[in-house]
Design a protein around this ligand. Structure first.
Ligand code: AMP
Length: 400
């Protein structure tokens, strides 16, 4: 449950004229200076609007990519500041710096409702290292701290953690609040029946989330590369498909304990190799030696779709195959479509972890056809694994 104080819990009078440090997640893909996917920027708009409409002076800060303390022009936040100007229809200042006199000067001259976007926080190595002097300097710019960067909340960096302790008012923005509500509900009293669909390539990356979710869900549907370790653990030949042998002991235990609720693929689209995929075939059950399974087969897609019917809650994480290429995207497209249809039928649908947004886009599912698309890949899995996220724990509790 979300017990963190949210920006809307503060009286408007506490915001007017105050300088807010708003940590957002603007880590969006940029190619040749153009933003190719702006979902995370659009998601940040309601919190920004809320603050400027109430006369706050807002400093918006984010990281982008992994510049490791170096100034890398292609990782500048400047294109995001321009995009934000278009989205908001208001003036957005950009200084090209994170700290220092120039920044201080612009902040001092912000009018009520004014907006300033800082340069990429990770151009300073002190950000990742949570360096105390850097935290103090960032914090000295503002009166109130707001975290709306759910996707980075699992990192104890300067802007997500260290600087927050310098403020007495440390609030969640609307993005963080929504994430905590939807993801919290998946762990805590989801509407039942409740199904979890897991895919992708690695169990290891999602083991904590998987352990937690297998226990709580009524049904766990497993596809993608992850399924082959489950099938191998059952003694089914998976050929040369991707497997994680070190996970087999845990998988066997899970199958023993929760086998009744685990649904696995019954056929596969296989090829000699990813590069040599001229002769794609569909095989039932066992995969012959030297062949790789790269997508779930049509019978599996039908089985998964029928298993998803009638659920009240569905959580999906990870593609059903190597969806990046058309040859192996059919399973992911079918499941994405079935989940979108479930939303229309009244199911609460949540998609998160890994590269879910690309999978939905590839399947031509509108993000608005899913009840909640998490902005945090790693952070959502950490949260679902029951781990405390430093960027969330540091925020004020509602009861205080
Ligand atoms: P993850 O980060 O673990 O969610 O994995 C996402 C990746 O899993 C995607 O890039 C897919 O291409 C990959 N993937 C899905 N199914 C398979 C498969 N059967 N074999 C190899 N890779 C897969």
């Amino acid at each position: 449950m979300n017990d963190k104080l949210v920006v809307s819990d503060l009286p408007d009078s506490e915001l007017k004229g105050k300088v807010i440090f708003l940590r957002v997640d603007f880590n969006v893909p940029i190619r040749d200076g153009k933003i190719s996917e702006d979902y995370r920027i659009r998601r940040a708009v309601p919190t920004i609007d809320y603050l400027v409409d109430r006369g706050a002076k807002v400093i918006v800060a984010s990281h982008m990519g992994r510049p490791r303390g170096k100034i890398i022009k292609s990782l500048s936040i400047e294109p995001v500041a321009s995009r934000l100007t278009e989205l908001l229809g208001r003036e957005v200042k950009f200084v090209g710096k994170v700290i220092g006199k120039e920044v201080k000067n612009v902040v001092d001259n912000l009018k009520n409702g004014g907006l300033l976007v800082l340069e990429n926080l990770r151009f300073h190595i002190e950000e990742r290292n949570n360096e105390p002097g850097f935290c103090k300097e960032l914090a000295s710019l503002a009166d109130i701290y707001i975290n709306d960067a759910f996707g980075t909340s699992h990192r104890a960096h300067a802007s997500t953690f260290g600087m927050a302790s310098h403020f007495s008012v440390r609030l969640a923005g609307f993005v963080v609040d929504r994430e905590l509500k939807f993801l919290g509900k998946l762990l805590d009293c989801p509407r039942r029946p409740y199904s979890v669909v897991v895919g992708g390539s690695k169990i290891k990356d999602k083991i904590h989330a998987l352990k937690n979710l297998i226990e709580k869900a009524d049904q766990v549907i497993i596809g993608g590369g992850v399924a082959y370790t489950f099938l191998k653990a059952k003694g089914i030949n998976v050929g040369d498909s991707i497997t994680e042998d070190e996970m087999i002991p845990w998988v066997k235990e899970a199958l023993d304990k929760y086998g009744d609720k685990i649904v696995l693929p019954v056929d596969h689209i296989v090829a000699e190799s990813f590069e040599n995929r001229k002769n794609l075939i569909v095989v039932d059950d066992e995969i012959p030696d030297e062949l790789h399974g790269f997508d779930i087969g049509p019978k599996t897609a039908a089985l998964f779709i029928s298993s998803l019917k009638g659920n009240s809650t569905i959580f999906w994480s990870g593609p059903m195959g190597v969806f990046e290429v058309d040859d192996f995207s059919s399973g992911t497209t079918h499941i994405a479509g079935a989940i979108a249809l479930s939303t229309w039928r009244g199911t609460t649908t949540v998609v998160g972890g890994g590269d879910s947004i690309s999978a939905l886009r590839k399947a031509e599912v509108l993000l608005s056809e899913i009840s909640h698309v998490s902005t945090g890949g790693g952070a959502s899995l950490e949260f679902l694994g029951g781990n405390e996220l430093p960027g969330i724990s540091i925020l004020n509790d509602k009861k205080n």
